[in-house]
Design a protein around this ligand. Structure first.
Ligand code: ZN
Length: 329
């Protein structure tokens, strides 16, 4: 695995992470992940990644916009910008890699002798996380979920790091700022960066396998604000109001027990009561029986919802959070 772009040379450089991939259609072939490094000299380093999951688009759009405008003269420190981290998945518009079926965000810290995705994770873990002070890994809902726009920091045991990450997520200025503790962070980029002591911010911004003018703007503005918060950029949109969102209650996660035609009765941003009907699910072959009703397990704000018109048992149908109200600066 090779990085064909210098990290330590001042200037703006374009290159690739080059991963050997010997395949039927390319004997000595490689997978090429495009990278832009903007090195403005002394200062902090930000590693910014999009399309960790290949069907999530707000991050790639925001990072490509930043690549088009960032210069060494306007950068204090260094930007390592990788808009399409899981390149095979991005080009296939899939969540996981079509090459090995591996979910990059479950492959950390990676394996330098493993499958392609495991090797990519190892390269990021061993070579790109260590020089970074700040890591921003963009996510959206992908093809199957749609989210309220939010920046997220994790609840961490180290108080100083916890405060740094929460302040960075707050600075992002998305309409919502969430804090959560992953139920199981095994294999996640998030945990790998956090265990390395980095300030780490992730997002869930929109989804549904596309982007909107509003969701793309949230991603770009937030990226610029968070980089300005760390002194890497001097110009950024004005600080934006944000509302605290608590997604820590496992009861907020609603998984379907049935498969069929999905009729949502609530949508993003709705405030629902406990036992309120969230969706009807119609068995596709049975026209006689009434639909199965999915009820809210608790009250809350609809923070994410299932997108496709069909649903399967086990699919995440809704996530309900607690709106904690406006956050102070
Ligand atoms: Zn994702």
């Amino acid at each position: 695995m090779t990085l064909t772009v210098p990290l330590d040379t001042p200037g703006k450089h374009y290159g690739h992470i080059r991963l050997p991939h010997s395949a039927d259609d390319s004997a000595w072939g490689h997978v090429m992940v495009p990278v832009c490094v903007v090195n403005g000299g002394n200062g902090p380093t930000a590693l910014v990644t999009g399309a960790n999951h290949g069907d999530e688009y707000e991050g790639p759009i925001a990072i490509r916009q930043l690549i088009n405008t960032a210069t060494p003269e306007t950068t204090t420190g260094r930007l390592i910008l990788i808009p399409q981290l899981n390149m095979p998945a991005f080009e296939a518009a899939t969540r996981t890699s079509p090459i090995d079926g591996v979910n990059l965000n479950r492959a950390f810290p990676g394996n330098p002798t493993g499958t392609l995705t495991q090797r990519l994770a190892a390269f990021v873990n061993d070579h790109l996380i260590p020089p970074a002070d700040l890591v921003i890994d963009f996510h959206s809902g992908g093809k199957t979920l749609d989210f309220l726009p939010m920046a997220i920091s994790h609840i961490l045991d180290d108080a100083d790091q916890d405060a740094r990450c929460a302040a960075a997520a707050r600075a992002f200025g998305a309409p919502y700022t969430a804090r959560l503790r992953e139920i199981d962070d095994a294999g996640m980029f998030d945990g790998a960066a956090e265990r390395a002591g980095k300030t780490f911010v992730t997002t869930e911004i929109g989804g549904a396998g596309t982007s909107t003018p509003a969701s793309a703007a949230v991603a770009l503005d937030g990226l610029l604000r968070t980089l300005a918060h760390h002194g890497i950029l001097s110009a950024a949109p004005a600080p934006a109001p944000t509302r605290g969102l608590d997604l820590s209650d496992p009861l907020g996660f609603h998984f379907s027990t049935r498969g069929g035609l999905f009729h949502p009765l609530a949508t993003l941003g709705d405030r629902v009561a406990r036992d309120q009907a969230l969706a009807h699910i119609y068995a596709t072959q049975d026209l006689q029986s009434p639909p199965h009703t999915l009820y809210a397990q608790r009250s809350g704000l609809v923070s994410a919802r299932h997108v496709p018109g069909l649903i399967k048992p086990g699919d995440c149908a809704f996530v309900l959070g607690t709106d904690d109200g406006p956050m102070g600066r």
